[in-house]
Design a protein around this ligand. Structure first.
Ligand code: HEC
Length: 134
């Protein structure tokens, strides 16, 4: 009987893993700034030469930051709209999700699911406290 209990608990934990509301936004800021170092190229509140800005990324169509003029054709023609799910897939494996995109060779895969979930929680409600705008 407890066997079945464990199965149910595992299912609950499993379904939790896809609930974006569970991401830790503060931890996600650290992923953005330190562990995954997205700020090496991206900022939230300004567009840098290195990469498009990520403020307001949720709900935005890929390749449409008006101040960034170095998008790849792959990104511009990808037809992707950034949601929690598409961001997760892209960050997990940029080259596989949008083959030929310009971030593929510069950045590795962020394989840690918890880090991705936290990062996405931050990107849903970002602030520019760690921005490097130059
Ligand atoms: C070495 C520089 C660099 C790093 C580090 C980097 N990116 Fe990028 N990113 C880029 C470039 C360049 C593009 C544009 C790619 C293209 O046009 O094909 C991009 C594009 C994106 C886009 C699509 C933006 C849009 O306007 O459609 C998202 C989302 C994104 N990056 C998220 C991240 C996240 C999250 C991290 C950290 C895990 C990260 N990037 C780390 C350089 C970088």
């Amino acid at each position: 009987m407890w066997f079945r209990g464990i199965a149910v608990v595992c299912m609950l934990i499993g379904s939790n893993a896809t609930s974006w509301a569970d991401g830790d936004r503060e931890a996600g800021r650290d992923v953005f700034a330190y562990s995954a170092a997205c700020i090496a190229c991206h900022a939230i509140g300004c567009t840098r030469d290195q990469a498009p800005k990520l403020g307001g990324i949720i709900g935005r169509r890929a390749g449409t930051d008006p101040d960034y003029d170095a998008y790849s054709d792959a990104m511009k023609s990808s037809d992707v709209v950034w949601t929690e799910e598409t961001l997760d897939a892209y960050i997990a494996d940029p080259a596989a999700f949008i083959p030929g995109n310009g971030m593929a060779s510069a950045t590795g895969k962020l394989e840690d699911e918890t880090q991705r979930r936290n990062l996405i929680a931050f990107l849903k409600e970002p602030d520019n406290s760690v921005d490097l705008c130059f």
